[in-house]
Design a protein around this ligand. Structure first.
Ligand code: GDP
Ligand code: IMO
Ligand code: MG
Length: 425
């Protein structure tokens, strides 16, 4: 049994897509386990750029089987769009190689409207969600009032379930939020068409994954979001509604911990966050702006500018522990070129007292002040580096310190978005 779990070790957008694309070479299957199209994973192959939201990045590799697990929440309209987009880019997205769990949950038009309504109602206290209906879909799942993807096998019945769900959401939209209702019948028709398209993809992914593993094949779980956005282990409520950490791969796909061989964490050489919530090392100044411009830090899913800041070593060490990371990938090292000196937070002070671990709660996290270690920066373009020796000594020192602080060895340092722009260790 050989499972590798790939995990975002920060607040998402660490570069999981490009790392999954690299690890795909050592895999026979790739799976998404949690979340939905709040994710946006970019893979660049020469001139071609793939932006994946729901389908595992492994789909770009023709030899891989791809799975979308029970832990996911899936918007059928967006999935059909993604299938068409990939097919248009020459990718084989046939049901022979893409399998969707019948036990995942459907994101309905009601969920989308309620996500927006709740964010608007929260005003300044909003979470800053991607407004993809993620929270409301997981609410219905937990309340046991959700619609399973397996219902798409019967498109007419599915459309009826969608219509009823939208009507019940309409009650909340009008009565609670004072908003206009959404067009239940019209949208149910669109969902019926999507279900007819997607029905051949619905499968018992748990059984298929067990069969794959029992045949000695290797599965890569492509995590979405990031550890600090975990509903249990992030700073609630500024989190997503699923478990993006390693445990979520087990529950989202249905295998035991003994199947897991490797847990690879992906971290940027600095930090970013989209959406609201604590971010102790955030830089709201020219340095942060420089990171944003150099790193093109604008959301893959929503286009929102990402908040940028120094690497938070405390958060990274926390992610290493939460996930049991065995290996680390450090991305976007190239973005730091020209910033001198560099800083890494190695602890905080909280109300004047030293704190070596993640602040215990959200209010404390908002008050925590990072304690920085200062390191020398470097100048010049490093995107051509392919061996450690190609890097300036300051850059080598910087990545050494990250590994020491995280307590996890790095297996890859990426120095650009392209497939080959990486140092493999
Ligand atoms: P994900 O959600 O973790 O898959 O990450 P995203 O795709 O949302 O965001 C990462 C962005 O950084 C994408 O635009 C990538 O093409 C880009 N990227 C990945 N690795 C590197 C790198 O090493 N250097 C630079 N400059 N860009 C990178
Ligand atoms: P990938 O897989 C970055 C953030 C949102 C918001 C919070 C809750 O590309 O790394 P949600 O829509 O999930 O209810 O929003 O989580 N968020 C992400 N941030 N990358 C992601 O995915 C994210 N998915 C959700 O910005 O702060
Ligand atoms: Mg992303």
């Amino acid at each position: 049994m050989s499972v590798t779990i790939l995990i975002g070790a920060q607040w998402g957008d660490e570069g999981k897509g490009r790392v999954a694309d690299w690890l795909a070479r050592q895999a026979d299957g790739m799976a998404r386990c949690a979340g939905g199209d709040n994710a946006g994973h970019t893979v660049m192959v020469g001139e071609r750029e793939f932006k994946l939201h729901l389908i595992p990045s492994g789909v770009i590799h023709p030899n891989l089987q791809c799975f979308m697990g029970a832990g996911m929440v899936i918007n059928p309209l967006r999935l059909v769009e993604e299938l068409d987009m990939l097919a248009g880019q020459g990718v084989d997205v046939s049901p022979e190689r893409l399998h969707i769990s019948g036990r995942a949950h459907v994101i309905t038009p009601g969920h989308l409207a309620l996500d927006g309504a709740s964010e608007r109602a929260l005003g300044k206290g909003s979470i800053g969600t991607t407004r993809r209906g993620i929270g409301p879909a997981y609410m219905d799942k937990a309340a046991r009032t959700g619609i399973l993807t397996g219902a798409m096998r019967d498109p007419d019945d599915f459309a009826e379930q969608i219509r009823a769900a939208v009507e019940s959401a309409n009650w909340l939209l009008t009565e609670r939020y004072g908003l206009e209702p959404v067009d239940a019948a019209g949208l149910a028709g669109q969902y019926r068409a999507a279900a007819a398209r997607l029905a051949p993809y619905i499968a018992d992914t748990t059984f298929l994954i067990h069969t794959l593993l029992e045949a000695g094949r290797r599965l890569l779980c492509e995590g979405a979001q990031g550890t600090l956005l975990d509903i249990d282990h992030g700073h609630y409520p500024f989190v997503t509604s699923s478990s993006p950490s390693a445990g979520g791969a087990l529950t989202g796909l249905g295998f035991g911990p003994r199947a897991v061989e490797r847990v690879v964490g992906v971290a940027k050489a600095y930090c970013t966050r989209v959406g609201n919530g604590p971010f102790p090392t955030e830089l709201e100044d020219a340095t942060g702006e420089q990171m944003r411009q150099a790193g093109h830090e604008f959301g893959t899913t929503t286009g929102r500018p990402r908040r940028c800041g120094w690497l938070d070593g405390v958060a990274l060490r926390y992610a290493a522990r939460i996930n049991g990371l065995t290996e680390l990938v450090i991305t976007k090292l190239d973005v730091l070129s020209g910033l001198d000196p560099l800083h890494i937070a190695t602890s905080y002070t909280l109300d004047g007292e030293p704190l070596a671990t993640l602040p215990p709660d959200t209010a404390a996290a908002a008050r925590a002040v990072p304690v920085y270690e200062t390191l020398p920066g470097w100048k010049g373009d490093i995107s051509g580096a392919r061996r450690l020796e190609d890097l300036p000594s300051q850059a080598r020192h910087y990545i050494d310190r990250i590994q020491q602080i995280a307590g996890v060895p790095a297996i890859m340092i990426s120095v650009g978005p392209e497939r080959d722009q990486a140092i493999i260790l």
